[in-house]
Design a protein. Sequence first.
Length: 303
Amino acid sequence: MPRQLVQCAANFSEGRDLSVVSRIVDAAAGRPGAYVADWSSDADHNRMVVTLVGEPVAVAQAILAAAAAAVAGIDMRSHRGVHPRLGAVDVVPFTPLREMDMDDANGLARVVGKRLADSLQLPVFFYEHSASSGRAQDLPTLRKGGFEAACGTDLRPDVGPRRVHPTAGAAVVGARAPLVAFNVNLAEADPAVARRIAMTVRRVRRDIPELAGVRALGLALQSKGMSQVSLNLTRPDASPLPILFDMISAAAEDEGIEVAESELIGLAPASVFGGEPADRVRCTGFAPTQLTDFWLSLPVDRN
């Protein structure tokens, strides 16, 4: 592995047309020095996540290639899904892993954002550690109202056109600290239950240290006949998954339903499992390559 390592968990707004999904993954995988550590797609979210690990320049090139495939294959005018989204190349976050700091990741994000604007004519907003002074830093604020709200308005992107791309919308790019995406699926089709549980998580997180930095949404999974509590852990070191899972399981039991399964999207540090195996939280499809520790343990290329 290269001496410098960066992670990018790029989110694209396609989870139903598997030919488009394949073209995006293939484009991302076609750059030496960048490795597809994990990818997944979901029809209900109508969304996919491609997580890359590798040398910074190679990862940047892989993301730009995947973005070009996404813009060519996704039409936001007909896009429907339960997950918030602003564009075809929805979110491109860079996280430093080894021999890089947040300033380095920010520099990479700025270069990629400028290339997305110049080569694909996408309005690009920088967020988190890349946010411009006086601008919103958090993703929910930047993405509020989604693609539809952005259409026909005079945007103020950090780089790129002041109008959304007619079919690909806009993109959000930035450097950020590690974030863990974890979904808990409920054996209940009515999303109102998932929303109530998500609200409970948001309400009590101020009083429970283990819930610090946890964002929660309740969503419908019509294709599975389930609903979902979708979680983002912005401080994964403080939020062991078993504690979160047990809390959601207890809340579901109070609602008279069961937790069916959970899933980890992208990468996470091994510590987030609190020393427990993945099946402790009923995590389906988990692979050891989804652990950041796996990539950091590989020998460094001395050439």
